[in-house]
Ligand binder design. Structure first.
Ligand SMILES: [Zn+2]
Ligand SMILES: [Zn+2]
Length: 58
């Protein structure tokens, strides 16, 4: 069973999901690159970054 973790604030949804869910890359053909991962490799995460919540409960 894959352990799916919720994406923590400040992390990129795409990168986090692909890093922790190997099934996503297992669906690719051998030698096929994962286009979302390629797009994000240059640090270009765009709107995929999870916004940080206000930590008012501290
Ligand atoms: Zn990313
Ligand atoms: Zn990927």
């Amino acid at each position: 069973m894959a352990l799916r973790r919720p994406v923590p604030p400040g992390q990129c949804r795409q990168c986090w999901t692909h890093a922790y869910d190997p099934d996503i890359h297992r669906r690719l053909r051998p030698g096929q690159d994962c286009q979302p991962c390629l797009d994000h490799m240059g640090g270009n995460h765009g709107s995929q970054i999870v916004p940080k919540k206000a930590s008012s409960w501290w």
